[in-house]
Design a protein around this ligand. Structure first.
Ligand code: PHE
Length: 350
């Protein structure tokens, strides 16, 4: 390549620089500077084209041209940067002055969520039993036949199993717990021979037709106290204190004899109807009473299954349905609302 070519390329470079500088100065938006970049400095840009052709120069010519081309490239890059910075600033200013906030417009209301009624009742129950020294114990929703029935004094074929319509699984040993009572045995096995005071909240499942009064999935809160010299009067005291804290002092309650295979004796606890206060109304079916929980003294076989010697230890247990308590408390007439996931339900309550 001749000296002429070298001169020629140098001239071209100077020209590109002049043109590019002028074009950059007249770019009035950041968008235009991006177009400018691809025209001069992009992979198919004019300066890049020249830098690529340096290979065809002789080794003597190359350094001078290369040096100049790089100088121009750096100069253009820094010019671009400062031009862009200036333009960005003006663009921001214009945007700001255009999009002025109209403080006289009414604000958009923030929608504040609400706590689900079951959760609210559960929290109340936790607080009440917490104040009496009960801790929360977590226990599984999928259970074995052993825990759900056998340890609770219901061997295979026991007729009392019919009290709980059960969702079985393809594994004959596994089922969805029908009540939280299997948690009693889990807690006992973990703590034996310590004394126990726990509540076990959680979901239960029953293979029953769904109606306004019964769902196939619902919550229960189980309670368990095990120790030496625990008597039926302890159970009565705890239940009375619970009902008074939930429904107000002096709220009438009664204990009715009942049957559960895992408690002996067994009772059901009723409270005076929250609607008619005992006079009789459709909610309490004109009895004046509402059943809120089942309870009793832990059966010796269950204590044994939990690792406690029934000659030395005794205990009481109870189980309640928080949805039912919430229905009475908030006047909800259909249990299906609880899991229907309709936000209007939450808006209506509280
Ligand atoms: N597990 C019983 C039920 O589901 C309730 C209960 C719990 C009864 C503890 C007595 C003791 O009906």
């Amino acid at each position: 390549m001749s000296n002429m070519d070298q001169q020629n390329i140098l001239q071209q470079l100077e020209q590109i620089q002049q043109e590019a500088s002028a074009a950059l100065a007249s770019a009035s938006t950041t968008e235009e500077t991006r177009a400018w970049h691809s025209e001069y400095l992009g992979s198919k840009g004019r300066l890049t084209g020249i830098l690529r052709s340096l290979g065809s120069l002789s080794p003597q010519e190359r350094p001078l041209v290369g040096k100049r081309a790089n100088e121009i490239k750096l100069a253009l890059e820094s010019a671009l940067e400062s031009r862009q910075a200036t333009l960005e600033l003006t663009e921001l200013e214009t945007a700001r002055s255009k999009e002025r906030v109209d403080v006289t417009l009414p604000g958009r209301p923030q929608t504040v969520g609400k706590i689900h009624p079951t959760t609210r009742v559960l929290r109340e129950i936790y607080a009440i039993f917490g104040s009496m020294g009960f801790q929360i114990y977590d226990s599984p929703e999928v259970e074995t036949d052993e825990y759900n029935f056998q340890f609770l004094n219901m061997p295979p074929g026991h007729p009392a199993r019919d009290m709980w319509d059960t969702f079985y699984t393809t594994d004959p040993e596994l089922l969805l717990r029908t009540h939280t009572s299997p948690g009693q045995v889990h807690a006992m096995r973990q703590y034996a021979p310590e004394t126990i005071r726990v509540i076990l909240p959680g979901k239960c499942f029953r293979y029953e037709p769904v109606s306004a009064r019964s769902e196939s999935m619902f919550y229960q809160v189980e309670g368990l106290a095990v120790g030496k010299n625990i008597t039926f009067s302890d159970l009565k005291g705890v239940m009375t204190s619970f009902a008074e804290q939930l429904y107000g002092p002096g709220h009438a309650m009664r204990f009715r004899k009942s049957y559960f295979p895992f408690t002996e004796p067994s009772v059901e606890v009723d409270i005076a109807c929250v609607l008619c206060n005992g006079k009789g109304c459709p909610i309490c079916k004109y009895t004046g009473w509402l059943e809120i929980l089942g309870a009793g003294m832990v059966h010796p076989h269950v204590l044994q299954a939990g690792g406690y010697d029934p000659a030395e230890y005794s205990g009481f247990a109870f189980g309640m349905g928080p949805e039912r308590i919430a229905m009475l408390k908030y006047g909800i007439d259909d249990i299906r609302y609880f899991f229907s996931n309709d936000v209007r339900f939450l808006e209506r309550i509280g």
